[in-house]
Design a protein around this ligand. Structure first.
Ligand SMILES: Cc1cc2nc3c(=O)[nH]c(=O)nc-3n(C[C@H](O)[C@H](O)[C@H](O)COP(=O)(O)O)c2cc1C
Length: 374
């Protein structure tokens, strides 16, 4: 991939502290395995929102995936379906939501931003319902796009503005990647946002996305009209604290995702694993709690489940595979995570993901933990 595209995926906000600590947090708690236990087979199956899935993993919403590989959202959704796990489609995707849903045999959820305003969002919600998406994921941590300095240095803003001078200044990195460039043009060139249709204008343009996000922050009171329009399960993504967890549950969330957007929004927030116990305690079993951020190994999935998460979402872990090799690359990424999870279960002496619990980990004494009074 050209540098600007790779860095858009790989980078985080500001000093990239949270990007790093999200991953490092999984190295801190210590395992308490049970030895001398034979686990010839391991059962990875679980449910999310009542739907049976083959392993406790979802492919999270990643905007602009079509830039990483031709028809990126469709090929990723197909790979998720083949693995028996859900795919979550971003509002800011380059493929039409109907085509993405048709590409997968697995469950598909739609992630909602209010870009373009309420009427545009209502139209998106009703399209998502008609297309067969089964849950709506409302992301609440994006009142403005985070400052991703790699994007600034790579000229992403200038490039999407498409002036000749910016192309001359920043375009060289694309010429260095002819295979990516050929795929990009064969796939129709610069993507638009076909799931954000502005009345009288058509699909929102790429260059307009920053301003559109800033004008469309999602606030708690929006959850009411969103819920009335959707009439199905709502998942609130971007919860960092017990207070926000309770707020989301009060607004009717069926599940919450402890997420800091993969360290792409407010830099310096706690790694998600560290705040998971606080959120789980606040949820008190009233809603399913999922986690994302920093999951790079099957071991990380096992640890999040020991902490009490129902399942995890991954962003970069599958998108690296998508960029490297399209659908087979995503399948390979899922396979690596699955193999790793099975190995971890065997090493822990636990025959199923349903059996994972707090008894398998030592939560560090200086981490907030509501079950022992913080
Ligand atoms: C390139 C990229 C684009 C993303 N776009 C969206 C998006 O459109 N909507 C959203 O809710 N989250 C988005 N996210 C955040 C992911 O859904 C997820 O929270 C994050 O990637 C988890 O961290 P991880 O990459 O360490 O797994 C994006 C993440 C990446 C890496």
């Amino acid at each position: 991939m050209p540098r600007a595209v790779f860095d858009y995926i790989d980078g985080g906000a500001e000093n990239e502290v949270t990007l790093g600590t999200n991953c490092q947090a999984f190295d801190v708690p210590l395992w308490r395995p049970r030895s001398a236990v034979a686990t010839p087979t391991c059962d990875l199956r679980t449910t999310v929102l009542g739907t049976a899935i083959e392993m406790p993993l979802l492919l999270g919403p990643v905007g602009s995936s079509r830039l990483f590989f031709p028809r990126g959202e469709e090929v990723a959704a197909k790979a998720a379906g083949e693995a028996g796990i859900p795919y979550v489609l971003s509002t800011l995707s380059g493929c039409r939501m109907e085509d993405v849903k048709a590409a997968t045999t697995g469950p598909a959820w739609f992630q909602l931003y209010l870009v373009g305003g309420r009427d545009v969002a209502l139209a998106g919600i009703s399209r998502a319902r008609a297309a067969g998406f089964t849950a709506l994921v409302v992301t609440i941590d994006t009142p403005v796009a985070g400052l991703r300095e790699r994007d600034v240095r790579n000229g992403v803003k200038e490039l999407t503005g498409r002036s000749l001078s910016s192309l001359l200044r920043f375009g060289g990195q694309f010429l260095a990647k002819p295979r990516w460039l050929a795929g990009f043009f064969a796939d129709g060139g610069m993507m638009k946002f076909p799931n954000v249709v502005i009345p009288g204008e058509g699909p929102m343009l790429y260059a307009d996305v920053g301003a559109a996000l800033e004008q469309s922050a999602t606030v708690w009171s929006d959850l009411r009209w969103i819920r009335d329009a959707w009439k199905g399960p709502i998942v609130v993504k971007g919860v960092h604290t017990a207070d926000d967890a309770r707020h989301a549950i009060d607004e009717g969330a069926e599940a919450i995702v402890v997420s800091n957007h993969g360290g792409r929004q407010l830099d310096g927030v706690s790694p998600t694993l560290r705040v998971l116990p606080e959120v789980i305690a606040a949820a008190a079993g009233r809603t399913e709690v999922l986690l994302d951020g920093g999951v790079r190994r099957g071991r990380d999935i096992a640890m999040a489940l020991c902490f009490g998460a129902r399942a995890v979402l991954v962003g970069r872990a599958y998108v690296y595979g998508l960029g490297a090799a399209g659908g087979p690359g995503v399948a390979r990424a899922i396979d690596i995570l699955r193999t790793d999870l099975i190995r971890t279960l065997k090493l822990l002496g636990c025959a199923s993901v349903a059996g994972l619990d707090r008894s398998y980990v030592d939560i560090p004494a200086d981490w907030p933990d509501a079950t022992r009074g913080m």
